[in-house]
Design a protein around this ligand. Structure first.
Ligand SMILES: Nc1nc2c(ncn2[C@@H]2O[C@H](COP(=O)(O)OP(=O)(O)OP(=O)(O)O)[C@@H](O)[C@H]2O)c(=O)[nH]1
Ligand SMILES: [Mg+2]
Length: 612
């Protein structure tokens, strides 16, 4: 099993276990993460002070998930179900101990690295298993890190994932009831959660309860249930898998059910490890998505600084207005706010149309692909008449081929949804920006006998800045406008349909029909089988489109909900600014100066990413 050397060391500050460029790089990365987390908290505090409460809470909510640019897969489950072994098999190296005795200690973070990207293997070897983290070790969420060298072409290297192996969850709370807080913390930091359940006693009541709780948690990442030690149950495996699938479909309808690998004799890779890697890698999303999340978060910070800066600018302009004029300005402002609220009704209807268009596009594509798949299968079947494979055509050819066709379709959907969302977010934001008044709103406002209220020269360049910001954003993709969760929601739109699901859809009925068809005359039987193939393919594509449609609905609902919240935030903050009293001048000045300082810091993090 131990095909590659596995190094273990403790990351952190007090550990002193740093040697070789790989460690330095990792420490730098860690430091960067810490600085970003600190910066995020400072911006959240600024938003608190300015009264931008929803911006503050959004920043805090996204803070944890942006911790690392790697995709993290966490394996949880009961003791002795084979979690550690699964982690080793996925990575392709013995990184965590496998034993019949329950493992204690903190969860272990397995970080694969490739030889080219770091110091020579073996250097920097610092600590052995069983050592406890150094005191004051700021390792994220109490994880112990194990680093393992993997070949550059390996799954772990290609996907850029890291894995978390946890001790049996019975030990998490010390008491019988599930420690939901610990579960939530570990799960919240991961991109994919794998629940391992042992085939022989799969889906115990405690497992069911936890799976249900996990699926119900807000913002929970994609979930996969892996049935381990399948070889132990031999012939019963298909029945067990069916039962698990059924239970999971009730408890966590969006979770996937997968079979664990079967150890191969000798030192070879275990059977079934590759499909498992493929699906988990897909769920974890490419590294890009993760990097995108960091990127989105920094944009969110930049946008919040700009929001406060801009509102402060407005307040500083407005306090110069004489009293009765200020009251009048506030009235005008409220009217504008009311009309912006009304505009939201129109916008929601528009967004409903955008969503319908996307769903129609996907359905049209599905029709084309469905026909092509059925045609191809019919041709293959015709070529196989009277051969021994004919009997099993559905199982051996039709189902895998349809599953593959769905996979291709899914890749197409990802792109289509990404494109459509990008476009629609841009439209949404353009519509919102049009509704946001600047100083021109007050142009007609005259101070009694004093001509224009505010001498143009005294106005801070709020309107100009807003216009400049708009033109900057019109060209680039303003990620901060895409609510953080949309990225992950897109991933869950695309829960892959496994061959097994297609098999279920094809079902016993399809097979029976084919068997019956085979008993008829050659030509007739060919026709019947081809009809059945069409029906199977149609059912599979229809199911895929229905699932996608339901999830796209959720994505748009959330997008609109969040955009509206952001818009309201803008209005609330600016309303406060419009109503600012002269005494609050210093407060707004200090907000503006902090916002500008923080904004520079955020851009310092952002520019290397944007340049890359
Ligand atoms: N036959 C067989 N045994 C397995 C398989 N997977 C794990 N085991 C055995 O099951 C025992 C427990 O495996 P671990 O991977 O340590 O289980 P764990 O879930 O990490 O256990 P804890 O860390 O104690 O919670 C070991 O003796 C493994 O060799 C498998 O696929 N087939
Ligand atoms: Mg273990």
């Amino acid at each position: 099993m131990a095909s590659w050397p596995c190094r273990e060391y403790l990351t952190g500050w007090g550990g002193g276990a740093v040697a070789g460029t790989e460690e330095q790089e990792q420490e730098q990365e860690h430091e960067r993460e810490l600085r970003q987390a600190e910066l995020a908290e400072q911006v959240a505090l600024l938003a608190d002070r300015a009264g931008a409460d929803s911006a503050a809470s959004l920043i805090r909510r996204t803070a944890r998930r942006a911790e690392s640019p790697r995709a993290r897969i966490c394996v949880i489950g009961g003791s002795n179900v084979g979690k550690s072994r699964l982690v080793n098999e996925l990575v392709g190296a013995a990184c965590v101990p496998v034993s019949v005795h329950p493992t204690g200690g903190p969860p272990v973070l397995v970080r694969p690295y490739t030889a080219g990207s770091g110091g020579p293997a073996g250097s920097g070897h610092a600590t052995g298993p069983g050592e406890t983290p150094a005191p004051g070790d700021p390792e994220p969420a109490g994880l112990r890190t194990v680093r393992v060298e993997v070949p550059s072409g390996s799954w772990a290297a290609r996907t850029g994932v890291e894995l978390v192996d946890t001790p049996g969850w019975e030990g998490w709370s010390g008491v019988r009831q599930p420690d939901t807080a610990a579960l939530a913390r570990i799960v919240g930091d991961c991109d994919v959660v794998v629940v391992a359940t042992e085939a022989r006693r799969a889906m115990l009541a405690t497992e069911q309860a936890r799976i249900k709780a996990l699926a119900a948690a807000p913002h929970s990442p994609p979930l996969a249930v892996v049935v381990t030690k399948p070889a132990e149950v031999e012939d019963e495996a298909p029945d067990i898998l069916r039962r698990v699938s059924h239970l999971v479909s009730v408890l966590a309808p969006e979770a996937l059910v997968l079979t664990g690998p079967v150890p191969a004799p000798g030192a070879g890779e275990p059977d079934g490890i590759d499909p498992l890697r493929a699906v988990l890698g897909h769920l974890a999303g490419i590294r890009l998505r993760r990097a995108l999340r960091t990127f989105r978060r920094l944009h969110l910070l930049a946008a919040t600084c700009a929001l406060v800066d801009e509102a402060a600018g407005r307040a500083l302009a407005d306090v110069h207005r004489p009293d009765p004029v200020r009251t009048r300005a506030a009235q005008i402002w409220h009217t504008a706010h009311e009309s912006a609220r009304f505009h939201w009704i129109v916008l929601s209807a528009d967004a409903g149309d955008w969503r319908a268009t996307l769903v129609q596009t996907i359905a049209a594509e599905a029709r084309g692909r469905r026909a092509a798949t059925a045609r191809e299968l019919a041709a293959r079947f015709s070529a196989m008449l009277e051969t021994p494979e004919e009997q099993h055509f559905i199982r051996l050819h039709a189902i895998p081929y349809t599953a593959e066709a769905l996979q291709h379709f899914e890749a197409w959907i990802t792109e289509a949804v990404d494109r459509a969302l990008e476009e629609d977010v841009r439209r949404l934001r353009a519509a919102l920006l049009r509704n946001r008044p600047g100083e021109e709103l007050f142009q007609g406002l005259a101070a009694p006998g004093a001509g224009r209220v505010v001498p143009a020269a005294a106005l801070p360049p709020v309107a100009e800045e807003a216009a400049a910001a708009e033109s900057r954003n019109a060209t680039g993709w303003d990620a901060s406008w895409l609510p953080e969760f949309v990225g992950t929601a897109i991933e869950s739109v695309l829960t892959p349909m496994s061959a097994e699901v297609v098999g279920q859809i094809a079902g016993a009925a399809g097979t029976a029909l084919v068997t019956e068809a085979l008993e008829h005359g050659q030509a007739e039987r060919r026709e019947r089988v081809i009809d059945d193939l069409e029906r199977i393919v149609e059912a599979a594509f229809t199911e895929q489109v229905a699932r996608t449609e339901a999830r796209i609905g959720q994505v748009y609902d959330r997008l609109l909900g969040q955009a509206q919240e952001r818009d309201e935030q803008w209005w609330r903050l600016h309303t406060t600014a419009v109503a600012a009293q002269p005494e609050s001048l210093d407060h707004w000045r200090s907000l503006r100066s902090t916002a500008r300082t923080l904004s520079r810091a955020v851009h310092a993090h952002l520019s290397p990413l944007e340049g890359a």
